[in-house]
Design a binder for this molecule. Structure first.
Ligand code: VGL
Ligand code: ZN
Length: 213
Protein backbone atom coordinates (compact mmCIF):
# COMPACT_ATOMS: atom_id res chain seq x y z
CA UNK A 1 0.00 0.00 0.00
CA UNK A 2 2.69 2.48 -0.89
CA UNK A 3 0.99 4.62 -3.51
CA UNK A 4 -2.49 5.95 -3.65
CA UNK A 5 -2.99 4.12 -6.95
CA UNK A 6 -2.54 0.85 -5.07
CA UNK A 7 -4.85 1.91 -2.26
CA UNK A 8 -7.49 3.07 -4.67
CA UNK A 9 -9.73 0.41 -6.04
CA UNK A 10 -12.17 0.38 -8.86
CA UNK A 11 -15.47 0.82 -7.07
CA UNK A 12 -14.25 3.61 -4.79
CA UNK A 13 -15.97 6.99 -4.73
CA UNK A 14 -15.28 10.16 -2.73
CA UNK A 15 -18.48 11.77 -1.41
CA UNK A 16 -17.88 15.42 -0.47
CA UNK A 17 -20.61 16.71 1.83
CA UNK A 18 -21.93 20.28 1.79
CA UNK A 19 -18.74 22.35 1.42
CA UNK A 20 -20.84 25.49 1.02
CA UNK A 21 -20.36 29.10 2.01
CA UNK A 22 -23.07 29.07 4.70
CA UNK A 23 -21.16 26.40 6.66
CA UNK A 24 -17.86 28.30 6.41
CA UNK A 25 -16.52 31.55 7.91
CA UNK A 26 -19.14 34.31 7.91
CA UNK A 27 -21.78 31.85 6.75
CA UNK A 28 -25.25 31.70 8.27
CA UNK A 29 -24.60 28.32 9.90
CA UNK A 30 -20.82 28.63 10.17
CA UNK A 31 -19.06 25.56 11.52
CA UNK A 32 -15.92 26.43 13.45
CA UNK A 33 -12.88 26.29 11.16
CA UNK A 34 -15.04 24.92 8.34
CA UNK A 35 -12.81 26.48 5.66
CA UNK A 36 -9.90 24.32 6.85
CA UNK A 37 -11.36 21.26 5.15
CA UNK A 38 -11.10 22.75 1.66
CA UNK A 39 -7.37 22.18 0.92
CA UNK A 40 -7.57 18.63 2.28
CA UNK A 41 -10.64 17.86 0.21
CA UNK A 42 -8.98 19.27 -2.91
CA UNK A 43 -6.04 16.93 -2.26
CA UNK A 44 -8.35 13.99 -1.74
CA UNK A 45 -10.27 14.92 -4.87
CA UNK A 46 -7.13 14.68 -6.95
CA UNK A 47 -6.56 11.12 -5.67
CA UNK A 48 -10.00 9.79 -6.53
CA UNK A 49 -11.07 9.00 -10.04
CA UNK A 50 -14.71 9.29 -8.97
CA UNK A 51 -16.04 12.21 -6.91
CA UNK A 52 -19.60 13.15 -6.01
CA UNK A 53 -20.46 16.34 -4.11
CA UNK A 54 -23.64 17.18 -2.21
CA UNK A 55 -25.26 20.57 -1.88
CA UNK A 56 -27.68 21.42 0.93
CA UNK A 57 -30.44 23.14 -1.06
CA UNK A 58 -33.41 24.49 0.90
CA UNK A 59 -36.37 26.52 -0.33
CA UNK A 60 -37.02 29.77 1.61
CA UNK A 61 -39.33 29.00 4.53
CA UNK A 62 -37.94 25.47 4.92
CA UNK A 63 -39.35 23.50 7.87
CA UNK A 64 -35.84 23.11 9.39
CA UNK A 65 -35.46 26.89 9.78
CA UNK A 66 -36.26 28.29 13.24
CA UNK A 67 -37.59 31.40 11.48
CA UNK A 68 -40.39 29.28 9.99
CA UNK A 69 -41.73 28.45 13.47
CA UNK A 70 -43.00 31.46 15.46
CA UNK A 71 -41.38 31.68 18.89
CA UNK A 72 -38.70 29.08 18.13
CA UNK A 73 -34.97 29.74 18.14
CA UNK A 74 -32.09 28.06 16.31
CA UNK A 75 -30.81 24.84 17.89
CA UNK A 76 -34.12 24.10 19.62
CA UNK A 77 -35.82 20.83 18.73
CA UNK A 78 -39.37 20.47 17.43
CA UNK A 79 -41.53 17.45 16.66
CA UNK A 80 -41.80 17.16 12.91
CA UNK A 81 -44.29 14.66 11.45
CA UNK A 82 -41.35 12.23 11.18
CA UNK A 83 -39.91 12.79 14.67
CA UNK A 84 -37.56 15.24 16.40
CA UNK A 85 -36.01 17.89 14.17
CA UNK A 86 -33.32 20.36 15.22
CA UNK A 87 -34.03 23.91 14.07
CA UNK A 88 -31.30 25.85 12.30
CA UNK A 89 -30.63 29.41 11.25
CA UNK A 90 -31.79 30.02 7.67
CA UNK A 91 -29.04 28.54 5.47
CA UNK A 92 -28.25 27.22 2.00
CA UNK A 93 -31.32 28.81 0.42
CA UNK A 94 -31.65 27.74 -3.20
CA UNK A 95 -29.80 30.16 -5.48
CA UNK A 96 -28.43 32.31 -2.64
CA UNK A 97 -24.70 33.07 -2.26
CA UNK A 98 -24.60 30.98 0.93
CA UNK A 99 -25.67 27.89 -0.98
CA UNK A 100 -22.70 28.17 -3.34
CA UNK A 101 -19.75 25.87 -2.93
CA UNK A 102 -16.72 27.33 -1.15
CA UNK A 103 -14.87 29.41 -3.74
CA UNK A 104 -11.64 27.43 -3.26
CA UNK A 105 -13.20 24.01 -3.70
CA UNK A 106 -11.43 22.76 -6.80
CA UNK A 107 -12.36 19.29 -8.08
CA UNK A 108 -12.96 19.70 -11.82
CA UNK A 109 -13.83 16.05 -12.44
CA UNK A 110 -16.80 15.91 -10.04
CA UNK A 111 -19.27 13.62 -11.82
CA UNK A 112 -22.46 14.24 -9.86
CA UNK A 113 -23.80 17.14 -7.79
CA UNK A 114 -26.53 15.79 -5.54
CA UNK A 115 -28.87 18.37 -4.03
CA UNK A 116 -30.80 17.54 -0.87
CA UNK A 117 -33.19 19.18 1.56
CA UNK A 118 -35.26 20.68 -1.25
CA UNK A 119 -38.62 19.40 0.06
CA UNK A 120 -40.14 22.11 2.28
CA UNK A 121 -41.56 19.69 4.85
CA UNK A 122 -38.59 17.30 5.22
CA UNK A 123 -34.98 18.02 6.13
CA UNK A 124 -32.24 15.78 4.75
CA UNK A 125 -28.96 15.39 6.61
CA UNK A 126 -28.14 12.19 4.75
CA UNK A 127 -27.19 12.11 1.09
CA UNK A 128 -29.11 8.80 0.88
CA UNK A 129 -32.37 9.12 2.82
CA UNK A 130 -34.24 12.20 4.02
CA UNK A 131 -34.94 12.79 7.72
CA UNK A 132 -38.30 10.99 7.50
CA UNK A 133 -36.10 7.86 7.12
CA UNK A 134 -38.24 6.89 4.12
CA UNK A 135 -37.75 9.22 1.18
CA UNK A 136 -34.73 8.16 -0.90
CA UNK A 137 -32.55 10.68 -2.70
CA UNK A 138 -31.64 8.16 -5.40
CA UNK A 139 -27.93 8.10 -4.49
CA UNK A 140 -27.86 4.42 -3.47
CA UNK A 141 -29.27 3.45 -6.85
CA UNK A 142 -26.78 5.64 -8.66
CA UNK A 143 -23.83 4.17 -6.75
CA UNK A 144 -25.04 0.59 -7.23
CA UNK A 145 -25.72 1.02 -10.91
CA UNK A 146 -22.24 2.48 -11.41
CA UNK A 147 -20.65 -0.42 -9.52
CA UNK A 148 -19.30 1.52 -6.54
CA UNK A 149 -18.69 -0.50 -3.37
CA UNK A 150 -16.69 1.77 -1.05
CA UNK A 151 -17.78 5.29 -0.14
CA UNK A 152 -15.16 7.68 1.32
CA UNK A 153 -16.59 10.81 2.97
CA UNK A 154 -15.38 14.27 3.93
CA UNK A 155 -16.98 17.67 4.44
CA UNK A 156 -19.43 19.54 6.66
CA UNK A 157 -20.72 18.97 9.14
CA UNK A 158 -19.07 15.91 10.70
CA UNK A 159 -21.78 15.22 13.29
CA UNK A 160 -24.78 15.89 11.02
CA UNK A 161 -24.62 15.46 7.26
CA UNK A 162 -21.36 13.49 7.15
CA UNK A 163 -22.51 11.25 10.02
CA UNK A 164 -25.94 10.48 8.58
CA UNK A 165 -24.54 9.94 5.09
CA UNK A 166 -21.83 7.54 6.28
CA UNK A 167 -24.25 5.50 8.38
CA UNK A 168 -26.79 5.35 5.56
CA UNK A 169 -24.06 4.26 3.15
CA UNK A 170 -23.48 1.21 5.36
CA UNK A 171 -27.24 0.61 5.65
CA UNK A 172 -27.42 0.68 1.85
CA UNK A 173 -24.77 -2.03 1.62
CA UNK A 174 -21.60 -0.02 0.96
CA UNK A 175 -18.43 0.16 3.01
CA UNK A 176 -17.98 3.64 4.48
CA UNK A 177 -14.78 5.50 5.44
CA UNK A 178 -14.68 9.01 6.90
CA UNK A 179 -11.63 11.29 6.58
CA UNK A 180 -12.02 12.89 10.00
CA UNK A 181 -9.49 15.69 9.57
CA UNK A 182 -11.29 16.71 6.38
CA UNK A 183 -14.51 17.31 8.36
CA UNK A 184 -15.58 19.82 11.04
CA UNK A 185 -18.49 19.39 13.48
CA UNK A 186 -21.37 21.66 14.50
CA UNK A 187 -20.94 20.22 18.03
CA UNK A 188 -24.34 20.45 19.75
CA UNK A 189 -24.81 18.67 23.12
CA UNK A 190 -23.55 15.08 22.64
CA UNK A 191 -23.46 15.15 18.85
CA UNK A 192 -19.77 14.26 18.46
CA UNK A 193 -19.81 11.43 20.99
CA UNK A 194 -23.03 10.12 19.42
CA UNK A 195 -21.34 10.16 16.03
CA UNK A 196 -18.36 8.14 17.28
CA UNK A 197 -20.62 5.62 19.01
CA UNK A 198 -22.75 5.17 15.91
CA UNK A 199 -19.71 4.85 13.63
CA UNK A 200 -18.38 2.09 15.90
CA UNK A 201 -21.76 0.30 15.97
CA UNK A 202 -22.22 0.50 12.22
CA UNK A 203 -18.66 -0.24 11.18
CA UNK A 204 -17.93 3.16 9.66
CA UNK A 205 -14.12 3.42 9.49
CA UNK A 206 -12.44 6.64 10.68
CA UNK A 207 -9.37 7.63 8.65
CA UNK A 208 -6.86 10.48 8.45
CA UNK A 209 -6.30 12.10 5.07
CA UNK A 210 -2.56 11.40 5.38
CA UNK A 211 -3.30 7.66 5.44
CA UNK A 212 -4.59 7.99 1.91
CA UNK A 213 -2.94 10.81 -0.03
C1 VGL B 1 -26.21 20.43 7.85
C2 VGL B 1 -27.52 21.21 9.55
C3 VGL B 1 -28.47 21.63 8.65
C4 VGL B 1 -24.94 19.76 7.44
C5 VGL B 1 -27.15 20.83 6.93
O1 VGL B 1 -24.52 19.91 6.26
O2 VGL B 1 -24.34 19.07 8.28
N1 VGL B 1 -26.41 20.60 9.15
N2 VGL B 1 -28.28 21.44 7.34
ZN1 ZN C 1 -29.62 22.23 5.92
Amino acid sequence: MSTSAEKMMRGDVLLVIDVQRDFCTLGRLAVQDGDAVVPLINQLGSQFQHVIVTQDWHPAGHSSFASTHPGKRPYETIQAFYGPQTLWPDHCIQGSPGAEFHADLDIPHVELILRKGFRTAIDSYSAFTENDKTTPTGLAGYLRECGFRRVFLAGLAYDYCVRFSAVDAVRAGFEAFVFEDACRPVNLATSIADTHREFAEMGVVRLATAEFV
